[in-house]
Design a protein around this ligand. Structure first.
Ligand code: SF4
Length: 413
């Protein structure tokens, strides 16, 4: 999508001012607080311990959005809760709907004005397949990895999300679904940010989501993605089966992956796949590999064969995704016949492969697009320089040479 064809976002103006940033609300978000901590807190106030359970039920079963929703608590305790905690860490949420109501993109403003996004995708029941509702959530505001086909990458890194800021995206979507008598069935950490660079909070969020006393979603219905943070993958492997691991691979050749996923300059593709392979062997869980296909860049037969060789014999599943149109890149999505040909090469090599459809293109459902629209248009010379750099780097990569650029600053140190 070019900047001129970006959707207009009139309601987003109601959420101004987002900049300059406000100070962060120091009160912890309730959804990120453990039951034991809440028990200590209520007992410290002279209240019975079961009040902590009532609080958690209000947060998780009734999806409370404000202190007024904590109806089972006495008024005095509700007031104390409001002084000590935030019942909801999302200060405002703006929704955009597309695909005939099947895709809902939410832009959330946090207490300091940071903007993050989540996308709810509804999949109606089909013969042999139950109805599903999948939520894609953010783990950071912005992202330091800087993939050039991603609007979040262009925004740069702002900050890590708190556990409650991650979880409240889920509670907000669950509230919307509950209004239609529906339930969330899957959560994927594929929104803004690199989840394994905010791993402690991502892990405590997963624990809350999988906990039957809190959100109660089976761990198999949770997917955490990474662009290739090898120490993070190894840490997950040491923890044992937790959820599905998805690796955003995008290219099997280092020169090209250096350009598409700048983190590759720190952890080259063979190291990433080795770590993922160890994860599959240790957990018995198939690793999912995501490949965003960009016309004339990473969708060639050479790339398909390189990927087939890299993953041959692995416990793996490849998802091929046409690139979402993003402003300020010189690229576009691969045509469907090219994607099908790419898939055939993988399938012939015995690798399970699925072609995924893009959702919500008219509302900019690729992560970071709404936040980028809010951040304002960068100066034209900066956009021109970015395009030139991307074209030059990919030309070098397509000749099979590695670039000499450094890995993104502040990543993996
Ligand atoms: S694709 Fe993911 S890892 Fe890459 S810049 Fe965007 S959010 Fe970050």
């Amino acid at each position: 999508m070019t900047s001129s064809s970006r959707p207009s976002l009139p309601l987003l103006d109601a959420m101004r001012p987002a900049r300059p940033k406000a100070p962060r609300d120091p009160r912890p978000g309730l959804s990120g607080v453990a039951q034991s901590e809440l028990e200590r807190w209520v007992e410290g106030l002279g209240e019975p311990r079961y009040r902590a359970r009532q609080l958690l039920d209000a947060v998780w079963r009734n999806r409370a959005a404000s202190a007024g929703d904590l109806r089972t608590l006495p008024a005095a305790l509700r007031e104390m809760v409001e002084q000590q905690y935030r019942v909801d860490t999302l200060a405002a949420t703006e929704l955009q709907v597309s695909d005939g109501g099947l895709t809902e993109k939410a832009l959330h403003r946090l207490s300091d004005g940071a903007l993050i996004e989540s996308v709810l995708m509804r999949y109606p029941a089909r013969p042999g397949q139950r109805e599903r509702h999948t939520l894609c959530i953010s783990s950071q505001a912005g992202c330091a990895v800087g993939c050039p086909f991603c609007a979040t990458g262009e925004l740069g890194f702002e900050r890590d999300l708190e556990t409650a800021e991650i979880l409240d995206q889920v509670r907000e979507a669950a509230r919307r679904l509950a209004a239609d008598g529906k339930r969330l069935t899957n959560v994927v950490f594929m929104g803004m940010g690199e989840p394994l660079l905010n791993l402690d909070r991502v892990l405590s969020s997963v624990e809350a989501l999988a906990d039957p006393q809190r959100f109660g979603l089976g761990a198999r219905h949770i997917t955490v993605s990474t662009s290739g943070v090898v120490p993070g993958i190894r840490r997950l492997t040491a923890l044992g089966p937790q959820f599905t691991l998805a690796v955003s691979l995008h290219a099997a050749r280092d020169p090209l992956r250096d350009v598409l996923v700048p983190l590759n300059r720190r952890w080259p593709v063979a190291e990433v796949v080795d770590a993922a392979r160890e994860h599959a062997a240790a957990t018995g869980r198939r690793v999912s590999y995501e490949v965003t296909l960009i016309s004339g860049v990473n969708d060639t037969d050479v790339d398909a064969r390189a990927l087939a060789e890299l993953l041959r014999g692995d416990l793996a599943h490849v998802n091929l995704i046409p690139m979402n149109p993003v402003a300020h890149t010189p690229w576009e999505a691969s045509p469907m016949d090219r994607i099908e040909r790419f898939a055939d090469v993988l399938l012939d090599a015995g690798i399970a492969t699925t072609i995924r459809r893009n959702r919500g293109q008219e509302i900019g459902a690729a992560c970071g697009q709404l936040a980028a629209a809010r951040a304002g248009e960068p100066a034209a010379p900066a956009v021109a320089r970015r395009r030139e750099r991307i074209v030059a780097e990919s030309a070098v990569a397509l000749r099979g040479e590695r670039s000499h650029a450094d890995a993104p600053a502040g990543v993996g140190e």
